[in-house]
Design a protein around this ligand. Structure first.
Ligand code: ATP
Ligand code: MG
Length: 510
């Protein structure tokens, strides 16, 4: 910037960082204050008294054409990300001395990822390639790629990393586990009286567990491939996914499996089977990734949670033969170039309709944001299956399930009241997910974008009829504003992710 020669990765990282922060500003800062004005082809907004403009398309997804500019002394000047950070700091109340550093760390990580990718070979497996495609991450987050500490690039999915897991042996009397974990025993050989516990090598560096009689080091295990969440890996040799704890902040959360989430995953797996089966009867493309077991070491909460690993089925094992799972977040970057309206209708049918049915008919709250959904594409590239994953974010609607007999912490962590659950479904499905897919499918064609939403509306309305027109769905179809999660607000407040608020945005179904 400012006339300095910059390499391509730095330039792209700067552009993506500015864009993500600017999207947050439109949605969370200027929008709610009434300080956003469409002036096609520009969008104008005011932040901390300064007028900004950017060319935009793609509806609520806010895709930008070219960099943002600020009005300074009557002339439009380029707006570097650091200046936008300064405006945000001026506008928001309070003080957060970490914020600028997080934005800068995220930008540096993007540049490092771009450099590493230039020399790395993407996985041949198209599902894994989609897991590793998120160079810029969440498009409405102020620091989407910030990752604590050093050495993260060795474990980065976007850099096409591969590494062996570390195998620990846990003495049987301190083994903590639940559900079906047989797949873990096949990962290596433990001495008599011990069981195999795979560990993420990065987490071992962070946790530095004390080894001794109860916990022994068995050396490197099978090579694994990290997926988009960084902490969940795929083990090709065992055809299974492992979700580790990772004491690193990635977007809003330090990625630790709490003890009640370890138990909760297994409990949910047991309970969700019938709900998914019933949903699949009417929506035959519906799939999900069960989490049948977890294992850890009962050596105090820190190690129990820090070393806790959840077993998850792999998408290939739940999709039909000839169907290729692809992560939705990757499709949001690059949708297949097929008949856009037919492709979109198929997409909404396999992704959105089961989510609505699970919520209204079964009291199940999925978290169907772009990273938690995979779409099964047939040989022609058409969506035929929707695969839902990540039971940490999956909840049961309070009052609709008998949770007697569960430990209170487990029961609390796996329930949501109906209203909060609905807000989460609408945010994840519509705001986080479908607006992005629609924007990618429509490109710069605004008329097509409107057609896509009309088609979605028709499909939602049919599903509403089938469900007996539940009130929240009628409100949605009548144009109720959508709740958009406030990622900038929650980072600025340094609050827990579950404390994140929502801001209303216009409803494209209306
Ligand atoms: N549009 C998006 N919405 C939400 N998360 C996104 C998005 N794009 C990228 N991400 C990334 O995806 C991950 C989502 O976090 P989430 O809590 O769903 O996953 P997880 O529980 O860590 O792992 P897994 O999905 O493997 O169970 C984060 O790493 C986040 O940065
Ligand atoms: Mg997830």
């Amino acid at each position: 910037m400012h006339g300095l020669a910059i390499d391509a990765p730095s330039g792209l990282a700067e552009e993506a960082t500015s864009a993500a922060l600017l999207r947050c500003c439109v949605r969370e800062v200027a929008g709610p204050r009434g300080l956003v004005w469409p002036a096609p082809p520009y969008l104008l907004l005011r932040v901390a008294g300064t007028l900004l403009r950017v060319r935009t398309h793609g509806g609520a997804a806010l895709r930008f054409d070219g960099p943002a500019e600020r009005l300074t002394a009557g002339a439009w000047q380029p707006l570097p990300a650091d200046e936008l950070v300064g405006l945000v700091e001026d506008e928001l109340r309070g003080h957060n001395e970490e914020f600028a550093g997080q934005v800068a760390a995220s930008r540096a990580a993007m540049a490092a990822i771009l450099r590493a990718r230039a020399e790395a070979v993407p996985p041949a497996d198209p599902w894994l390639a989609s897991e590793q495609a998120l160079v810029y991450g969440h498009s409405f987050h102020p620091s989407p790629k910030a990752r604590g500490g050093e050495g993260w690039l060795r474990y980065a999915p976007e850099a096409h990393a591969e590494f062996p897991v570390r195998l620990l042996g846990v003495r049987e009397d301190v083994l903590a586990e639940g559900g079906d974990t047989t797949v873990l025993d096949a990962l290596g050989r433990a001495p008599a009286g011990y069981r195999v516990l795979p560990a993420h090598p990065w987490q071992l560096e962070l946790l530095r567990p004390v080894l001794g009689d109860e916990l022994v080091d068995l050396g490197p295990g099978p090579v694994v491939v990290p997926t988009s969440s960084v902490r969940t890996v795929y083990v090709p040799e065992a055809e299974v996914c492992l979700k580790f704890s990772l004491d690193v902040r990635i977007t809003n959360c330090v990625r630790k499996n709490a003890w009640y989430e370890l138990a909760g995953a297994v409990e949910l797996t047991r309970r969700l089977g019938p709900a998914f089966d019933a949903t699949a009867a009417g929506h035959p493309g519906t799939r999900w990734l069960p989490e049948p077991g977890y294992r850890s070491a009962a050596l105090g909460t820190r190690l129990h949670e820090g070393l806790g690993v959840i077993v998850r089925r792999s998408p290939w094992t739940v999709c039909s033969p000839g169907v290729t799972p692809v992560m939705s977040a990757a499709l949001a970057l690059d949708a297949p170039a097929l008949d856009p309206l037919a492709w979109w209708r198929a997409y909404v049918t396999v992704v959105a309709l089961p989510v609505l049915e699970l919520y209204f008919a079964h009291g199940v709250v999925l978290e169907p944001h772009l990273q938690n959904v995979l779409v099964g594409l047939d040989a022609a590239g058409h969506p035929v299956e929707g695969v839902f994953r990540d039971l940490e974010g999956t909840k049961l609607v309070e009052g609709r399930h008998d949770l007697d007999g569960l430990r209170p912490e487990v029961a609390r962590a796996l329930t949501y009241d109906a209203e909060r659950g609905w807000a989460r479904v609408v945010y994840c499905l519509l705001v986080n997910h479908l607006t992005e897919i629609a924007a990618t499918v429509a490109g710069r064609d605004d008329a097509l974008l409107r057609e896509l939403w009309q088609a979605a509306r028709g499909l939602f309305a049919q599903q509403a009829d089938a469900l007996g027109r539940p009130l929240p769905l009628s409100d949605l179809l009548a144009g109720a504003p959508l709740p958009a999660k406030a990622n900038l607000g929650v980072r600025w407040a340094r609050a827990a992710d579950r404390a994140a608020g929502y801001v209303p945005i216009a409803n494209p179904l209306a």
